[in-house]
Ligand binder design. Structure first.
Ligand code: SF4
Length: 373
């Protein structure tokens, strides 16, 4: 296979407000001044210029994440959106997502995002419960969220995601159900429900905090599905639920092996052959010839990764699609392992011979991935 043009763009905004959340393993700086944010935007434009010729025309999706993109000022956001539009052509129906913190997303910024063609907003809530927010060191409040959601709907945003977290220290099933109900009362089109994982180098990890036990985590996973169903949201991936047609296209494409370009510090890219990552440091990334880390996987290993990632989604794989994406037949690539996973009740084939995860296979996706890799 030869390198393929990027079909999706990810932009990493490496700034957060005052201090890092206790569980955060993403790269971001807090309280950066205007000079630092200006240098970031200037370097981002240079990175767009360097890689835009290798992107398809038009792009299917753009995802601006971080960090907290809504920490940028109104003028900075406008500049970022103009830079995306100035370097890349987006399909008329392209998905254009931006991650926001409800507190830093003012009405003015929301108007700029709407005018800049953003189609989907992802709002970081994590929990409505003040005690739990404190326990995970999530600063800020969600008091303004209902008002924000009303404003966003009035501005015409049809795709709203709310990010929630479960398995938090001290969180009961009843606490989690309360968070789910409060989120669903706001009428989101998409819910991301991630279980807390405590990494050693985070503030929670250093304090020795532990996530909830597995049995409680499974009950919380079930509760998300049970409470979201009457609101019309269905699970379509291990941690994500959406109304039909509101699934995050960008993430689905990445899970299914689409070549993508990542710009900004710590962002990763993949061109079908090579994978590379920018330095996870604003200072190092700002250097005109920043050193990227390259990773050339043997094609069969890369195909196995794509196979495992696609099996995070409820729809899984049809053989023709997998062959088109990777050049491999999954039966040739990992036949005995797949048969074993089917026998263990983690995968199954449906009537159109689509290979899909069972409920157990979604819950224990780590096991599926480990076996396939
Ligand atoms: S807002 Fe998000 S990116 Fe920023 S510190 Fe918290 S979890 Fe990390």
């Amino acid at each position: 296979m030869t390198p393929q043009p990027f079909r999706a763009l990810y932009v990493h905004v490496p700034f957060c407000r005052l201090r890092k959340c206790g569980y955060c393993a993403f790269y971001s700086e807090t309280a950066a001044d205007a000079g630092r944010r200006g240098a970031y935007l200037e370097r981002l434009v240079a990175e767009f210029s360097e890689f835009a010729p290798r992107a398809v025309v038009p792009l299917d999706s753009v995802f601006v994440g971080g960090g907290t993109p809504s920490c940028l000022t109104s003028a900075e956001l406008r500049r970022l959106l103009a830079a995306v539009r100035g370097h890349f052509t987006l399909a008329p129906d392209a998905e254009f997502s931006v991650e926001c913190n409800p507190e830093s997303l003012t009405l003015r910024k929301a108007e700029i995002l709407a005018a800049g063609g953003v189609t989907r907003l992802s709002l970081g809530v994590q929990s409505f419960d003040l005690r739990l927010r404190r326990a995970i060191g999530r600063c800020g409040s969600v008091a303004t969220l209902p008002e924000r959601v009303r404003e966003l709907r009035a501005l015409g945003f049809r795709q709203l995601n709310l990010d929630l977290m479960n398995a938090l220290p001290g969180q009961t099933l009843a606490n989690w159900e309360d968070d789910l109900r409060r989120a669903l009362d706001l009428g989101p089109d998409h819910l991301s429900t991630y279980s807390l994982t405590v990494e050693e180098h985070t503030a929670l990890g250093k304090r020795g905090v532990e996530a909830a036990d597995d049995r409680l985590a499974v009950a919380m996973w079930d509760a998300a599905e049970r409470l979201a169903r009457p609101a019309g949201l269905r699970r379509y991936e291990v941690s994500n639920l959406a109304r039909p047609g509101c699934e995050c296209r960008h993430n689905q494409d990445i899970w299914l092996g689409t070549p993508y370009l990542g710009c900004g510090p710590a962002a990763c890219s993949f061109d079908g052959i090579l994978r590379w990552s920018n330095p996870p440091s604003l200072a190092r990334w700002l250097r005109p010839r920043c050193r990227r880390e390259f990773d050339r996987l043997p094609p069969s290993r890369r195909a196995a990764e794509v196979l495992a990632f696609g099996l995070r989604t409820v729809r899984g794989w049809v053989p023709a699609r997998f062959r088109e994406r990777t050049g491999f037949d999954y039966a040739d690539l990992r036949g005995p392992v797949l048969r074993r996973l089917v026998a263990q009740g983690l995968l199954y084939r449906d009537w159109e011979r689509r290979l899909r995860p069972t409920r157990k296979g979604l819950l224990f996706h780590d096991t599926v991935a480990r076996e396939l890799l």
